[in-house]
Design a protein around this ligand. Sequence first.
Ligand SMILES: C[S@@+](CC[C@H](N)C(=O)[O-])C[C@H]1O[C@@H](n2cnc3c(N)ncnc32)[C@H](O)[C@@H]1O
Length: 202
Amino acid sequence: MRPRKKKNAEKRLAAVSHLLIYDIAEFEAFKDIELEIGCGKGDFITQMALRNPEKSFVAVEKVQTVIISALEKADRLGLQNIKFLNMDVSKLCDIENSHFCSRIYLNFSDPWSHKRHAKRRLSSDFFAELYKKLLNDGGEIHMKTDNEQLFDFSIESFEKNGFRIKNVSRDLHSTEQKDNIMTEYEKNFVAQGLPIFRLEAF
Ligand SMILES: C[S@@+](CC[C@H](N)C(=O)[O-])C[C@H]1O[C@@H](n2cnc3c(N)ncnc32)[C@H](O)[C@@H]1O
């Protein structure tokens, strides 16, 4: 990154720093949160927070230049019930506190299509184990993707790791979606007429 760009990013981040979690130790205080992993530019999670002011949300995104847009969106909306973590989610393995999430959202996670990269998929054994540690009793994973291979892999992986699957759709938008909040990627895929796959794991 060129220095001017970096400086600009630092300035933008500083302006929204009140929405950032800097230390995962802060998670020790969390109870009953809804967590989005790979929030991108934050359309989904900021709308969730806006529509559900009684709930608390945390969004994780590893790319700084991307999370800045999500942070600025939350700031513009004046949201008080959301925090952001600029980190690879695998770092949450180090957390002592467990079972503090009532919901985990995986929206259009990177498919890592090559077999040798399967471990990096956010529904691989490693991450399924992490989610078991994070989810509370009755907690659920809600996943949407455009990628059928990732979808089938995820069903198999979640079941292998002790989750049950419900509310499966292989073409979410073929029926009327009253409560669905579209992510940036979803809007793009739907505009192209592609089917959206959705599942809930519990
Ligand atoms: C394909 S984009 C989808 C963005 C958004 N969820 C949407 O649906 O529009 C996937 C996002 O997940 C982030 N991501 C992927 N793996 C991650 C990880 N291990 N930890 C945190 N973020 C991750 C990527 O940086 C990227 O922004």
